[in-house]
Design a binder for this molecule. Structure first.
Ligand code: ADP
Ligand code: ZN
Ligand code: ZN
Length: 745
């Protein structure tokens, strides 16, 4: 008999990430399982925890008893535990934090509960009731009337309050019936269903095009014959990827298999939900961060209890508690929002692939612009590649025009709109069409650019652009700590028009209003969408044509259909290009391609204008021609040359604290530990320590160390080893976080 349990407690102890053994008390024997949420004694306190092992003998002599079982059902099963352990190991996060990431927020600390209703039920037989009514109907008419009603409708779901209201009386009547033992209460669980009020028109499958048909057949075949397989579905915007998803989900459903669909949080709009709900109705649960804790918990329970077979959700929906998973779909798989950047730094795409392998499911990665890593894996045959080469309606992709902003300056135009963009906006406004002006959100990175020749100042060692820090008036490399003073003249052409470049959406809005005073202008970025629902409100107004020009960041590029947008202007493409990140070329290409996909979706041909100081950069050239292959070819060559992923693995370690001196000291101490352990023979490269690109966040100074190796497994093992030594010796209070496969560095 297994009368001991290994419990991980809710204390994120980096030094001792292991379960503690507890004795299972007699009364809980058989009830405690893997995944049970329990309360245990720990020191002088009682702490919540989760059972991760059951055993006959404890590892230590003295064990204490589990106090209490907090949920009468386990919150995860053996397979989910396996996945969580993998995440804990791969991403170097303590297991309790992984568990807290995977189960709904609020379970720990008991912030959410099952919502219940107490229903009134007759507690006597029909015959007894009628006798009672006969006898007392004069003396207690209200009670008799109520009881008679309840006997006639024994299955109505009415609470005491409902009844009192119905019979226009107060609680006393119900209470009297209860005291006489004539009625009783039944407690039932009810669901908070955020989508209850909405009605969805049932939708039928569309007749697939030739390419869709091929894609659907191949995915179904993989589900049948190649469990654990990953498929990359590469299809231009409007090529009908979603219809492919819908039809393969229908197949999974037919076979009794569950499906998880991940979409980027920002694309999880009512329209997206509608497409799935209208095809699969009540079989769909939706998980995203705008639901209340209670709503999220209830959706989670509907999945857990097998009431739904499909979940559509953002990143964390990858942990949906299905037991018979057949299919995982990741739409826009290249999206960086699939990577969690705080707490457990997992990438939902990689977790999905692992989960699919563990449960024999098939993963479908969909994108018009796959991540370089994903496409590379398809090229070398690790993933299966399926392409949808054309739009469903066969409309051509919009023409893209590149404007060389260096010329504008030469022609005396120093404003942020080129002559061409100005005229194009003017034209669209006079035709009563709509315009989107796009600006990259990552404007915080101020790089130094020559407006005359387009030259950008880079680190001579790392080949990433240097970032200008106004407070110290220095240009800084975030890979190696190299820094220099900003030059007064361009080192390339001698021009004095070299300065740091930072332009925000607000500036663009002001300028647009000045330039087109009669147009209705709106802005959509993090500042204007802070309020709940603001995002949808702006999009709705735009769709209803109450806005002529919408200025926005990434937010406007995802999954929205605006048939009347016939012009998209990219105000400045270079901000994405010169972000100090080895993926900046990839981001730029993806962004521009997504932006271009926003136009010309209706009847009319649209056009795209991209303003840039680097018209010859391959990312911009490839975006102009909607040419993924050209982009990939250039990019993969570059990655290979400087040994960046997918040819190596990276780990980024961030050290942060309010005291700068401590941060620098600890960063150096940790870097030394690494260099000492690694030595000359181990193929791992240590860069830094250097200030992080966001050198100060919420009052905390941040430094980073970057580890890189061709041999990922070795790298992760050594990192784990050294971090253990570091935590054991650590005396200072600095916070150190390890990020495996970081993005944005
Ligand atoms: P993607 O997800 O690749 O951007 P969608 O699935 O959104 O593409 O399809 C683009 C448009 O084409 C949608 O309006 C969709 O309803 C329509 N569509 C998709 N497949 C078909 C089809 N087989 N027949 C007719 N229309 C289709
Ligand atoms: Zn220059
Ligand atoms: Zn450098």
């Amino acid at each position: 008999m297994e009368s001991y349990a290994g419990v991980v407690v809710d204390l994120p102890l980096k030094k001792i990430d292991r379960p503690f053994d507890y004795k299972i008390p007699e009364r809980l024997l058989g009830k405690i399982q893997i995944g049970s949420h329990v309360l245990v004694p720990f020191g002088h306190r009682k702490i919540e925890g989760f059972v991760v092992e059951l055993k006959e003998e404890p590892e230590v002599k003295q064990t204490r008893e589990i106090y209490r079982l907090l949920h009468d059902y386990p919150l995860f099963d053996e397979k989910m535990l396996q996945l969580m352990k993998w995440i804990s190991d791969y991403y170097q996060a303590v297991l309790i934090n992984v568990i807290k990431t995977a189960i709904p927020t609020g379970i720990i600390g008991n912030k959410v509960r099952v919502k219940t209703r107490r229903l009134v039920r007759p507690n006597i037989t029909q015959k007894e009731g009628l006798l009672w009514i006969e006898k007392y109907k004069k003396r207690a008419p209200k009670q008799a009337e109520m009881l008679s009603f309840l006997l006639k409708h024994p299955n109505l779901k009415l609470t005491a309050a409902d009844l009192a209201r119905k019979f226009k009386t107060n609680h006393g009547t119900v209470k009297s019936l209860e005291e006489k033992g004539l009625i009783t209460y039944e407690e039932i669980a009810i669901q908070r269903n955020p989508y209850d009020a909405q009605e969805y028109k049932p939708g039928k499958p569309l007749r697939p095009t030739f390419h869709q048909y091929k894609a659907i057949t191949r995915i179904i075949e993989a589900m049948e014959k190649r469990p654990g397989k990953t498929i990359l579905l590469k299809g231009v915007t409007g090529s009908g990827k979603t219809e492919v998803y819908l039809q393969v989900i229908a197949k999974a459903l037919e076979k009794g298999k569950d499906t998880i669909v991940l979409v980027p949080e920002i694309a999880l709009t009512p329209q997206t939900v509608e497409r799935f709900k209208s095809r699969f109705g009540a079989n769909v649960a939706v998980l995203h961060s705008q639901l209340s804790l209670g709503e999220r918990f209830d959706e989670w329970r509907r999945i857990y209890q097998g009431e739904v077979k499909i979940v559509v959700g953002a990143r964390s929906a990858i942990f949906a508690p299905f037991q018979n998973l057949g299919l995982i779909i990741i739409d826009e798989e290249h999206e960086t929002s699939y990577k969690q950047t705080d707490q457990v730094k997992y990438h939902a795409r990689d977790v999905a692939i692992k989960r699919a392998k563990l449960s024999g499911a098939v993963t479908v990665l969909g994108s018009a612009t796959p991540a370089v890593e994903s496409f590379y894996r398809a090229v070398i045959g690790e993933y299966e590649l399926i392409t949808l080469p054309e739009r469903v309606n066969l409309s051509p992709l919009p023409p893209v025009e590149i404007i060389d902003m260096r010329r504008e300056l030469k022609n005396g135009n120093r404003t942020i709109f080129s002559k061409r963009l100005n005229e194009a906006i003017e034209k669209r406004l006079s035709e009563k069409k709509q315009v989107i002006l796009f600006l990259n959100r990552r404007g915080f990175s101020n790089f130094v650019l020559c407006r005359e020749c387009g030259y950008v100042i880079r680190c001579q060692y790392c080949d990433v652009s240097l970032t200008y820090h106004a407070d110290i008036n220095l240009l800084q490399c975030h890979y190696c700590d190299y820094h220099e003073s900003p030059p007064h003249l361009c080192p390339n052409c001698g021009s004095k028009y070299i300065k740091y470049f930072g332009i925000g959406t607000q500036q663009v809005e002001e300028f647009t209003r000045k330039q087109f005073p009669y147009a209705r202008v709106a802005r959509m970025d993090v500042d204007t969408t802070r309020q709940k629902g603001a995002h949808d409100r702006i999009l709705k107004a735009f769709r209803e044509k109450k806005i002529d020009i919408l200025i926005g960041t990434q937010m406007i590029t995802k999954g929205h259909d605006f048939p009347d947008v016939t012009l998209v202007g990219v105000v400045i493409a270079d901000t994405a290009l010169y972000f100090p990140d080895f993926r900046s070329g990839e981001r730029t290409f993806q962004l521009l391609t997504q932006v271009a996909g926003r136009t010309g979706r209706g009847e009319e041909q649209g056009e795209v204008i991209i303003q840039t100081y680097s018209p010859e950069h391959y990312s911009i050239k490839a975006a102009k021609n909607h040419d993924y292959d050209l982009f990939f070819h250039e990019e993969i060559g570059f990655r290979k040359e400087i040994l960046h992923p997918p040819f190596s693995q990276l780990i980024n370690i961030i050290i942060q604290d309010e005291v700068e001196k401590l941060v620098i000291e600890e960063a150096h101490r940790l870097a030394n530990l690494f260099t000492k352990r690694i030595g000359p023979d181990v193929p791992i490269e240590v860069s830094g320590p250097a200030p992080a690109p966001l050198a100060r966040v919420r009052g905390k100074y941040r430094w980073q160390i970057i580890l890189r190796s061709r041999e990922g497994e070795l790298l992760r093992r050594i990192c784990q080893e050294v971090m253990k030594i570091y935590y054991n010796e650590q005396k200072s209070s600095v916070v150190v976080s390890v990020d495996v496969d970081p993005i944005g560095i």
